[in-house]
Design a protein around this ligand. Structure first.
Ligand SMILES: [Zn+2]
Length: 339
């Protein structure tokens, strides 16, 4: 093949390569010229049949043509790839001016918030935080608190018994016993935690949270108890709240009282939340029974103390307007996220 024809071949290849629109297209066209069965390979194969004086000239020209077509194909491939990249960038354009989606932030459970608020209040009065086990011995939960085996208060508390004779604590008062045993007054402690009773209704749950507070020293009186509880009530329900103490009986305190606070919702008119009475049950309290102090090894002639306990969940349900306690325990995010 004369060298002029090779130039024409390169020009033809240039046009064909320029007309390709995709890498696959280009691969196919390139193979038509440069492949094993391509036009240029054919020329190179034909060199052997040429006259010896022509061979080197045609061979050199064919190799030059081969390199030119290779260069043209490489340039076109780079162009096509760049075009594909630009096209992809255009299709997947990222609008950085769009407003972002805010991630959902979690929050503490309403019971945890109320519990921490209560503990913070007592810490500000100089009380310390104590905790005790939820699986408790009969002695710590009942006997030491002046509730012997045959005492009717055991039935009132609907106890969960374990097979080995332990109980799920029915109140946080076990912490009182654990703190006082082996230590000497003065004591000022607050103990929040879970307690368990075999009871289920809209107003009751078999597991609920209680906070217990107690103070023991040489001259602690019922007036101190009332003062502490009034300050606590004002902290939780506002400065206008009033407390009412109704005489009651608990085995572990003497005298004992139930505490009500004035309904903060109805302004002395009576409403659904207080069943029209203007008072809401809050908890129990009293002066620690001398027998309880003695069981813990404390001289009841020298020391007196008060103790009180109330439900945390009911306080939380009132604060956040949740009608049924179980809504607080079901872990339903639709409810909890509204709070
Ligand atoms: Zn009311």
């Amino acid at each position: 093949m004369p060298t002029a024809d090779l130039d024409a071949l390169v020009e033809e290849a240039r046009a064909a390569i320029a007309a390709t629109e995709s890498p696959d297209d280009l691969t196919r066209v390139r193979a038509g010229y440069l492949g094993r069965k391509g036009t240029i390979a054919e020329v190179l194969r034909g060199i052997g049949k040429l006259a010896p004086e022509e061979r080197s000239q045609v061979g050199a020209a064919a190799n030059t043509a081969k390199r030119r077509v290779e260069t043209l194909a490489d340039e076109r491939r780079a162009q096509l790839e760049q075009r594909a990249t630009l096209q992809s960038l255009e299709e997947h354009r990222l609008d950085v001016t769009l407003a972002g989606a805010a991630p959902a932030a979690g929050h503490l459970h309403p019971i945890t918030r109320v519990m921490r608020d209560m503990v913070d209040f007592f810490v500000s009065l100089g009380f310390s935080l104590e905790e005790g086990p939820e699986v408790e011995t009969d002695w710590h939960n009942f006997e030491a608190l002046n509730i012997p085996k045959d005492h009717p208060a055991r039935d009132m508390q609907d106890t969960f018994y374990l097979e080995d004779g332990h109980v799920l604590r029915t109140h946080t008062s076990n912490v009182q016993i654990r703190v006082m045993t082996g230590r000497q007054p003065p004591f000022r402690f607050v103990a929040p935690g879970r307690v368990y009773r075999h009871d289920l209704s809209p107003r009751h749950s078999p597991m609920f949270n209680q906070i217990e507070g107690f103070m023991v020293d040489e001259r602690v009186t019922f007036a101190d108890l009332k003062g502490v509880l009034l300050a606590f009530g004002r902290h939780l329900f506002g400065d206008d709240v009033e407390l009412r103490f109704r005489a009651n009986h608990f085995p572990f305190t003497e005298p004992s009282a139930e505490i009500d606070y004035s309904c903060e919702l109805c302004d002395s008119q009576g409403c659904k939340m207080c069943s029209g009475t203007c008072w809401v049950e809050w908890g129990g309290c009293g002066m620690i029974h001398p027998r309880v102090l003695e069981r813990c090894g404390i001289d009841a002639q020298r020391y007196q103390g008060f103790a009180f306990g109330m439900g945390i969940d009911r306080t939380a349900s009132r604060r956040y307007g949740i009608p049924h306690l179980r809504h607080l325990f079901e872990g339903d995010l639709r409810v909890l996220e509204q709070i």
